[in-house]
Design a protein around this ligand. Sequence first.
Ligand code: WTA
Length: 645
Amino acid sequence: MSESHIYPVPKALAANAHIDKERYEAMYQQSVEQPEAFWTVKAHEFLNWDKSFTKVREFDFNQGEAKWFEDGVLNVTTNCIDRHLADRADEPAIIWEGDNPYDSKTITYRNLHEHVCKLANALKARGVKKGDRVCIYMPMIVEAAYAMLACARIGAIHSVVFGGFSPDALKDRILDSDCQVLITADEGVRGGKAIPLKYNADRALEHCPNVHTCLVVKRTGGAIDWEDKRDIWYHVAVPAADEHCDPEPMAAEDPLFILYTSGSTGKPKGVMHTTGGYLLHAAMTHKYTFDYQPGEVYWCTADVGWVTGHSYIVYGPLANGAITLMFEGVPTYPDAGRFWDVVDKHRVNSFYTAPTAIRALMGAGDEFVKRSNRSSLRLLGTVGEPINPEAWEWYHRVVGEGRCPIVDTWWQTETGGHMLTPLPGATELKPGSATLPFFGVEPVLLDAEGKEMEGPGEGSLAIKSSWPGQIRSVYGDHQRCIDTYYSTYPGYYFTGDGARRDEDGYYWITGRVDDVLNVSGHRMGTAEIESALGLHSQVAEAAVVGYPHDIKGQGIYCYVTLMDGEAPSDELKKELVAMCNQEIGPIAKPDLIQWAPGLPKTRSGKIMRRILRKVAANELENLGDTSTLADPSVVDELIDNRLNK
Ligand code: WTA
């Protein structure tokens, strides 16, 4: 990287930032050398405890175990709501911006308290208690945040399922964690179109006999079916409930939520996070990464169905008493200027989005940005996938007018919060690099033998000691947690990502090294898509890989072998797309389907994905050794018929 590609910290920003370069270095050093002292102070600075802790952290990566502040007691909602009432009850907590540009509202901390307590009591009235699982399948409306917080109020464990998932995907998640209550809406609204959430929920619940209550928010008033014994209207049950609800005292290691995410094998895993460590990590990263200053309007465009929405729309900002903006719509409705119109409308100070959105908006042209003035913006952020330097530069130059630092935050559902990220007052930026570790995070690069590498180089990214927001388990299957994250490199948490470290110690994420795809920032297992395709009666076998896609980052490339005697057709392609839609949801829509009479397999029958990836990426120069294939001629056939030329 040449000097001209380094962006220094703006002086004015550094002068008033929570963390400048010297502080970062001193605090980072203390956080890894004296973690107990460091985290004891931070846990008290950021959180209110009903009962303080005596133990700070204990971990054993061989057992996939991590415990933080184990004997401490606290409630997440006391921290996210009640403690702010004394001095900011009438200040905004949530600014909600609807899909329709004329639709917005402000929820103060006092309002939030009342809504959450009432909903918590309504849940209690349906028998929900500490430890019970509640599924939340919602559009981006304030009730989604109320629902998460109401669960936390009474110690129930929420499992938010992204509203774009299909009935089948919803059903699998409800059953896996045995949720007995579902909170949903009649319909969602995105880009002017209705999303049939209650209809989907009804389909899912046909297979979920344990769900005794389905609480339904009326968002559009569209026609829906109703099951008298099970369904209750939110607007009937909740306003009638008592507005006083004592927070449930929770041990720091009591579960807070489950969030399903895709891995390289099998069905999605229920990543489990607990109370104290998670909240501390979310709050602390929110404050430092975004250099959040009191009174600022902060906007994260994620959906609450993903971890980014959990940590950086709801828990982190609210723990800090911040103003968090929640957006129901999409970046291109009514047109590609929507984000920047909203920035002006609500005077947004920090803006956090995904590279895929930046690339799509960059393609729409600068005029959509320039019609807004964006003078309120101080900071920009990205998350979810690697950002290419061109998109970074455009975001910096056009959206931020060269004035706003960009925080490129690398982390995962399993990490709970940011792991590698610049701090705006401390870190010089290099476009495309997630830069340096957050406090307490000890990243390492491992070579092919699993040995830690020193200095610059490229390897597998792993973490060598526990951090507060770390995954605690896979719900109902701790062994799977060990197998997935702690067995590849014993003694380390393995991220599944590859990375390069440069001469300044900066990290550059190179992408997944396993069979996980990242499509428009949505994580998906190739195995999940393969099994959806395999359900079609004419399909003998399918192999799915990612390939570089200008907007989505990665596209979904499917190789499909049909049963003997079946003929390929466009009709069949449509059926296969519909199959993925039905099993997973629209986010799993294949971009390219290649008919493959044979797949490259070793003599023992293992599909050589390396070759499939290269063909899909149209990188044919270096296919590697194909001599171990059972039938090397299939490769020529695949190359001749490749679709991404
Ligand atoms: C990828 C989203 C490069 C990475 C918070 C990771 C990134 C996966 C970045 C986790 C980034 C996330 N630069 N890659 N800044 N952020 N990723 O669980 O491959 O949905 O493993 O969490 O997204 O996706 P997840």
